[in-house]
Design a protein around this ligand. Structure first.
Ligand code: IPT
Length: 936
């Protein structure tokens, strides 16, 4: 049965480069007739016949997935196969989509020339007929298949029929962590192939950084030639010419034409040479660091049928956030994506369409990777990847696939690559012993382990000699990742530790039911929930705080300094700083008082310059000098003025505020009054501040667990919940009324356990300033870390406008706070929320010196002694904890304000290491002071 054949597809032409030319072509994308059957047995007979009556069928947009166009539903599993594992067999209930298209040729279509029908991607197996004749069967969902069709075409009334099966033997090789979605999800094109045309070509363009010469070598049929006017190369097969090299930092392309007497193929040539020298990957002679992301193809409405303009949006967003590399996890992308990488400059690890992860749970028994019956399929996939993409300068490494364990078929792929294209190293993470790869690659190795690899302490001799990359690290699921800074430090410490690729670029949320859906939302019986929501951008490609943190941590220029001097350090591998300009802004207490341009002398790649601090005006207050560097001229990916990097230098210390004296007297009665505050005499809880009803502040330790808190390796959440930190009880020991102070002593603890915390609230007032000092003292043995150490209070809902002086504008956590700068910021309460697709702790603003929450200038001010963190929301932490989708969060009647001394870090334990020791929060003796002032 062809669906379950273990070999590659049938009937297709040998693979070749993807290109466009001056030969006619006809896009067959658009509206097709479509019919979905629950199985092959139930599928209509004779669909391939030209006279088959499809008038009763519905329509479908091609390229597209049928599950996203009203037929069936998407389903998400990460590792497990959603069907019984008995390769190569698949369920009889195999959704089968029949696609039919009638088309005419344009009037000027060359009648007597050969023609090719190209499918850029069919998921997972397609049987194809043209005008009643069977062309063959496709397998390899994310790979092209071309069929020879010239002899079958007629000027009018062609009938193309594609029967697509959701499941096939190929599904066993395509167990990537993503939605199961089927169909003709990439373009379909009819290409006229002129006789004597350019059937295929391999244009090698290398660069010798010593001589500055580029070498062109064209590998193609004898009559194929290349012309590059700008280089004075005409009708050549080889050439050696002085060139500017291509790099991700300066993607210099030369326009040329590969041609024969009958066909012209426009080409964009980038000269570059990838090498491994002394265990270090170099490109054009320089060590490179991959500041990369793993990119899946995803769109919240179209799935993996990503429109071209969205591919461009991805590339531009990456470039603007200092991403310099992409791993095409875990399949070759739409070919247009690579053209964009060539043009705008991204290093690419081009990965083959291969993953057999689901065998892992079975101890890898039956894994196709080591079964000779699958050998041909494996090599076929690699061949199709390389032949399609071989001419892209952006592709600097080939990857055999992902999570397919190890085996002879993978080794065979690697040796095929080495024969075919020795100019690019071979990558595959699953070859743990590095027997057949050129680069040692790991995923989610902890900082500690990467440090060990850096020190070349590996017991495996082969691994010790290889360059090292993290093909996946810093799992961007939900709030996080934490700890990117510490990875960067390792990439800088060891020459052969050459960066990595964040997992992953985008949340694969699908638009449904007024929110973004994830695993389980379509009624799947087996699924992996929100594990598919783990990107640096939200499903609509809004950058998440994680991407902003990435951009800051991995900026190519580092600006640091003191009041005595500024240091500008280049972390470019290839270009100087000539394309940048520098300026500065001086702010005192968050208000700009001066600004200017900064002259920076020439700095080569990897170099640095030391500069004087500009002359700054005298001003009293906390003074911060912000130095920024931005593009001097527009590039293909950003406007002139786009800020590439910045640094802040503290130059003047804050003027200490007048201390809040214990001046006002406590008055007793139905309520206790102290300065602007009113308290409940029974509980000692503040109930009013000036004109505003309040409830709290009370000690609070809970946060809605993040995905990383809930993560598999170090499940902090389980420890916290087991300890009962989400249901603390407050026992009032004493409400002590003193002459000028109110001292409320409490013990705060979860039910059912013996440990707890004494929390003493010392209230004093001075005029309209009401000061609270909270002293906490743990009582008994605490079994776990704590999520937060702070206060919670409820405020009137109308206090909607937030303004603060502190870190901002975005959220910041202990181990993810590089992107926050010190300044004065404004927001509404609603805008303070980060809408993580799966609701969880978010929106923390760090190091606030003061915060005002107001409505029409009336409200409250909180001042730190010296600083505090805060979140403000229209729902409680418990609401946030309970919600599973953003639209379940309904505003309550209050604004809930959390004021924190500290929060536990984020880490990346949803897949990878937990919070680093220095960012873990433990129950400990602590004092925390804030001053409340009513504003009217
Ligand atoms: C790793 C996979 O390679 C990747 O596709 C994704 O599933 C990621 O995990 C988690 O989001 S594999 C894992 C066993 C580390």
């Amino acid at each position: 049965m062809y669906i379950e054949d273990m070999g590659p597809g049938t009937g297709a032409l040998p693979p070749r480069a993807f290109f466009t030319s001056d030969a006619p072509s006809l896009s067959l994308d658009g509206t097709w007739r479509f019919h979905l059957s629950p199985s092959l047995a139930a599928a209509p007979q004779d669909v391939e016949r030209e006279d088959f009556d499809d008038s009763g069928w519905g329509t479908l947009t091609v390229p597209g997935h049928w599950q996203l166009q009203g037929h069936g539903s998407p389903a998400y599993t990460n590792v497990v196969y959603p069907f019984p594992v008995e390769p190569p067999f698949v369920p009889s209930e195999n959704p089968t989509g029949d696609h039919r298209l009638k088309f005419d040729l344009p009037s000027d279509w060359p009648a007597d020339e050969p023609a090719v029908l190209r499918f850029d991607g069919i998921d997972s197996c397609g049987r194809v007929w043209l005008n009643g004749s069977e062309l063959g069967v496709t397998r390899g969902s994310r790979l092209p298949s071309e069929f020879d069709v010239g002899h079958l075409l007629r000027p009018q009334g062609n009938v193309l029929v594609v029967r697509v099966h959701q499941w096939s033997s190929g599904s066993y090789l395509e167990d990537q962590d993503m939605w199961w979605m089927s169909g003709i999800f990439r373009s379909v094109t009819l290409l006229s192939r002129p006789r004597g045309g350019v059937a295929d070509y391999h244009l090698r363009a290398s660069y010798d950084h010593v001589s500055g010469l580029g070498t062109l070598a064209l590998d193609a049929a004898p009559d194929v030639l290349v012309t590059v006017p700008e280089l004075g190369v005409h009708d050549a097969r080889t050439a050696e010419v002085p060139v500017e090299p291509w790099s991700a930092e300066n993607p210099r392309l030369y326009d040329g034409v590969v041609h024969t007497a009958t066909e012209r193929v426009p080409v964009r040539i980038g000269f570059r040479t990838v090498a491994i020298e002394d265990g270090v990957i170099t490109i054009n002679g320089s060590r490179v660091v991959f500041r990369g992301v793993n990119r899946h193809e995803h769109h919240p409405r179209f799935g993996r049928a990503v429109p071209r303009e969205v591919m461009l949006a991805d590339v531009l967003l990456m470039k603007r956030h200092n991403v310099n590399a992409v791993r095409t996890s875990h399949y070759p992308p739409d070919p247009h994506f690579l053209q964009l990488c060539d043009e705008h400059g991204l290093w690419v690890i081009d990965e083959c369409d291969l993953e057999t992860h689901g065998f892992g749970g079975l101890g890898w028994a039956g894994n196709p990777s080591d079964d000779p019956r699958w050998a041909e399929s494996y090599v076929d996939r690699m061949r199709r990847t390389i032949e399609r993409d071989k001419n892209h300068p952006s592709v600097v490494m080939w990857s055999l696939g992902n999570e397919s364990h190890t085996g002879r078929n993978l080794a065979a792929m690697a040796s095929w690559v080495r024969d075919r294209d020795p100019s690019r190293p071979v990558h595959y993470e699953g070859d743990f012993e590095c027997e057949y790869v050129d680069v040692y690659s790991r995923m989610y190795a902890s900082h500690e382990e990467v440090d060990q690899i850096g020190r070349r302490e590996d017991t495996n001799a082969r691994r010790r000699t290889l360059p090292f990359v993290l093909c996946e690290f810093a799992h961007a699921m939900g709030n996080g990742p934490g700890g990117m800074l510490e990875y960067r430090e390792l990439f800088e410490r060891y020459r052969h530790v050459q960066g990595g690729f964040i997992w992953e670029w985008i949340d694969h949320g699908l638009e449904a039911d007024g929110h973004y859906a994830y695993g389980g939302d379509f009624g799947e019986t087996i699924h992996d929930g929100n594990f598919v929501i783990d990107g640096l951008v939200f499903p609509d490609r809004t950058p998440s705080p994680g991407l902003l943190e990435f951009a800051k941590v991995f900026e190519p220029v580092r600006i640091t300094g003191t009041a005595q001097g500024i240091r500008v350090e280049s972390h470019y591998d290839h270009v100087s700083l000539d394309h940048l300009r520098f300026d500065w802004v001086y702010e005192v207490d968050g208000v700009e008082v001066a600004s200017g341009a900064l002259h920076v002398p020439p700095v080569p790649a990897g170099g640095h310059a030391d500069l004087d601090v500009p002359q700054l005006p005298e001003a009293s207050g906390e003074g911060w000098l912000t130095v920024r560097t931005s593009l001097a001229a527009a590039t293909t990916w950003a406007e002139a003025g786009h800020v590439v990097a910045w640094g802040q230098i503290a130059v003047a210390e804050a003027t200490p505020p007048t201390p809040v004296g214990a001046v006002e007297q406590v008055s007793t009665g139905d309520v206790l009054r102290l300065g602007p505050g009113e308290f409940d005499p029974a509980t000692g809880v503040l109930t009013r501040l000036g004109d505003h009803a309040v409830d709290g502040p009370r000690l609070d330790l809970w946060r809605a667990p993040t995905d990383n808190d809930r993560g598999s390796e170090r499940p902090e959440e389980r420890a916290w919940r087991d300890a009962g930190l989400h249901r603390l009880q407050h026992r009032v020991i004493e409400v002590g009324v003193q002459e000028t102070a109110l001292v409320v002593r409490t013990r705060v603890a979860p039910p059912a356990v013996g440990f707890g915390m004494f929390a003493d609230y010392h209230w004093t007032a001075d005029g309209d300033r009401l000061r609270l000092r909270l002293d906490v003292t743990p009582d008994g043995e605490w079994p776990c870390t704590i999520p937060r150490l702070g206060l919670r209070l409820a405020l009137p809902a109308e206090l909607d406008a937030a303004e603060w002086f502190g870190a901002g504008p975005g959220e910041a956590y202990a181990d993810s706070r590089q992107a926050a700068r010190t300044g004065r910021f404004r927001s509404t309460v609603d805008e303070l929320q980060t809408p993580y697709v799966f609701p969880q702790e978010n929106g923390n603003r760090a190091d606030a010196r003061w915060l005002r929450l107001t409505a029409h200038n009336s409200g409250i001010q909180v001042s730190g002694e010296p600083v505090f963190d805060f979140t403000a929301r229209r729902w409680t932490s418990e609401d946030l904890d309970a919600a599973r989708h953003t639209d379940e969060l309904k505003p309550r009647e209050h604004v809930y304000l959390n004021l924190d001394l500290a929060q536990h870090g984020l880490g990346t334990a949803s897949c990878g290491p937990g919070v680093l020791p220095q960012y873990r929060l433990h129950a400990q003796k602590a004092s925390f002071s804030v001053v409340f002032t009513p504003l009217s």
